[in-house]
Write a protein that binds this ligand. Sequence first.
Ligand SMILES: Cc1ncc(COP(=O)(O)O)c(C=O)c1O
Length: 406
Amino acid sequence: MLWKKYSQEKINHHVFTALEKNISYTDEIMLGVPASYLDDKVFSKDSNILKNAPFLTTMVDNPNHIGCHTFGTSESFFSGTQEIERDVIRICSENIFNAAPESCDGYIASGGTEANLEAIWIYRNYFMQRYKASIEEIAILCSSDSHYSMDKASNLLNIGLYKVSTNDETREVQSNELIKTIRTAKENGTKYFIVIANMMTTMFGSADDIELYISNLTNEGVVFRLHIDAAYGGFFYPFANKSNPINFSNPHVSSITMDAHKMAQAPYGTGIFLIRKGYMSYASTREASYVEGEDCTIIGSRSGANAVAVWMILAKYGPHGWFEKVLVLQRRTDWLCEQLIQLGIQFYRNPFSNIVTIRATSINSSIAHKYHLIPDNHHDPNWYKIVVMEHVLIDKMEPLIEDLKN
Ligand SMILES: Cc1ncc(COP(=O)(O)O)c(C=O)c1O
C-alpha cells in the first residue's frame, strides 16, 4: 500500500526535499515566468517561523501546479511538489477507491464543484468526439438530492439535466422513477447519459445504489458514463462501510470527486478529481501552448501547497489512523441518534454517515437557529442537518438535546 503513516519529522523532511527539487525564484535565474514567491514585505520568509512548517513554506515558495501531472509532460519547474500531488492521486484512487496500480489520472481541483464540472466536461467532449453526438443528444442524469453543481454544469456546458426523485423516507432512487426519467430523456432525444451517483449527499449523507443505475441504463440500451460525487463522503464512507461497492473495482465507475476541504479538514482549494486513464485528454485545451504539457483542467494556475496539505494530512494519520478517526465520528453520531430516538424526533441517517437530518416539523426553528443547524432551504425549510465533524463533540450536542427535551 502506498498510503503510510509517517512521523512528523519524516513528513517535514519529505516536503522540504520536494521543495528543493522545485526551481527556486531566489537562487536560480528565472526570467520568463509571470510569478514569484509570496511578497516578502507581507508574508514572512523568516526561517524561525518557517523552519518546521512545510505547508507554510510551500505557500511562501508559491509553486504553480498548472495542468495535470499524472500523464504526459508537466511544467518542469515544480517537479518536486508535483510528485507529492501524484502520490495523493494514487493514494486516493488506489488505496481508498480500489483502482489498479497507476490506472487513474487526476489533479487537485479548486473544490467539489470543479471536480464534478471537470467530469461532466470530459464526458460531454468524449461523446461528441467518439460518437459524433450533438449537444442535444447528451444529458446529465442524477437524483434530486444531488449537489447544485449538476445544475451549474448543465448551464455552463449547455446540456440537459434529468433528476430522478428520491423517496422522502429512505432518500433512495426508486427503480420505477428512474426508468420513467430515462424514458422521458430518450423521448426528448437523449442518447448519451452522464450519470452522477452520490457517495453521501450534501443534505442527507445518503449513498446511491450504483447497480440500480447501471442495470436500468443497460436495459434501456443507452450509452452512459458513471461519475461518483464523493465530495463529502470520499474521506468518510469508504472507511465507515468498508465493503461498499462504490469504487473503481466496478468497471462502470469511471471517475470520482473527493473534497479534502470537507471531512479531511484541509485548506479550501483541495477538491480531488480522479478518472480512469484514457479520458483526461478530452478536456485538453490545445491552445494552452505556452504551458509545458498543455492543460486539461478547468482551473489553470493552482497552488502546489494544496497538494502538500492533503499529502501531509494523509501521511500524518495513515490508513489505520484515518479509520479510527471516522470510527469516533460514527460513535458520536450514534449517540446523537439514540438521543433523538428517545425524544421521538424524526430524522434521516444513513447508518454509515455522520450527517443527521431532522424533519423541520420535529424541531422548533428557534432551536435550529440557536445551534446553527443548516436548513435544506432558507425560505421554507423541510429539514435541518447536523454534521458531526471533528469539533462537534458530544459535549457540544448535549445542550441541543436538553433544549429539545424542554
Ligand atoms: C455532495 C457534494 N458535491 C459537491 C459539493 C461542492 O463542493 P465545493 O463547495 O467544494 O465546490 C458539495 C458541497 O457541499 C457536496 O456536498
